[in-house]
Every structure is written in C-alpha cells, then in structure tokens.
Design a protein. Structure first.
Length: 84
C-alpha cells in the first residue's frame, strides 16, 4: 500500500460506524481541515462505484469543488474557475 493509500485509508477508517458512508464523512472532515486534495481522494472511491448511479453527479460535484480549492491554494485562478 502506498503512503497516499495508507493516509486515505486512515482518514476513512476514522469515520466508520457513523450512519453515513465513511468516505462521505471523510470528505467533509478533510475539506473542513483545508485538506482539499485529500478530500478529493477520499470521495473518489465512492464516486467511482456510483458514477452512473443516483449520486454520481453529486459526488463528482463535490470532488470538483475540492479540486477547485486545490487550484486556488496554488494561485491557479483559471483552472479553479473552470471547476465552478
């Protein structure tokens, strides 16, 4: 398991046992901590499983929202704006 995968797995594991999916909760936990790239990674697995499902577009939007903040933190306004 890569360092990135282990970090994401630990973030997801910390949210287990809640009524909502741990990936979903982990996304907001990371986002609220300003860990926008990690928020994207945490939710990606859930989105991949439901891309064509009822929540696929919703998850994609959340991932793009986090991605926009990744760009904003790096001063990349044009790529950030493209995601909004």
């Amino acid at each position: 398991m890569s360092k990135k995968s282990a970090k994401i797995a630990a973030l997801i594991e910390s949210c287990r046992g809640e009524k909502l999916d741990a990936h979903y909760l982990g996304y907001f936990q990371c986002f609220n901590l300003g860990l926008f790239y990690e928020a994207h990674d945490v939710l990606e697995e859930l989105w991949l499983a439901d891309r064509q499902g009822a929540n696929g577009a919703f998850y994609k939007g959340l991932i793009q929202f986090a991605g926009a903040f990744v760009h904003l933190k790096r001063g990349r306004l044009r790529p950030a704006a493209a995601l909004f």
